[in-house]
Ligand binder design. Structure first.
Ligand code: AMP
Length: 115
């Protein structure tokens, strides 16, 4: 599958990002339009358009995304007071970039339910 999404271009280094974490399977960078004092996107290097497109073969990778987010939250000093992890899926979920990503939001108390 050809990854012509914005995050595909970031992964290929075609556009810059404010990187906070990287390993062999995961990249994390600051959201360009933050919805909270800390807003970091955690993405797989593998191209998976949405969480709906993930399969059993992605189980370990999805776990690594979650664990990377928790590690980044600790590194960023968010863990003591807490934070939120969000995956938007397709139109009703509010997804705008069709490369799977996990939002790490923190630095203030977040409202619930979401809009
Ligand atoms: P979503 O709406 O869940 O698909 O999330 C996409 C996110 O990507 C939004 O929060 C945008 O603010 C963010 N975004 C868009 N362009 C960039 C960029 N060039 N660098 C970092 N984040 C971006």
């Amino acid at each position: 599958m050809n990854n012509d999404t914005l995050f595909g271009r970031i992964l290929r280094g075609e556009i810059p990002c404010d990187k906070v974490f990287e390993d062999d399977q995961v990249l994390a960078f600051r959201d360009i339009n933050p919805a909270a004092p800390a807003h970091i996107l955690v993405i797989p290097k593998k191209y998976i358009p949405t969480i709906d497109a993930a399969g059993p073969e992605d189980a370990e990778l999805l776990g690594r995304l979650m664990l990377a987010a928790a590690e980044i939250a600790r590194q960023q000093g968010l863990a003591a007071q807490g934070y939120r992890l969000v995956i938007n899926c397709k139109d009703h979920g509010g997804q705008t970039v069709y490369h799977l990503h996990l939002h790490l939001l923190g630095g203030r108390a977040l409202g619930w339910p979401p809009g």
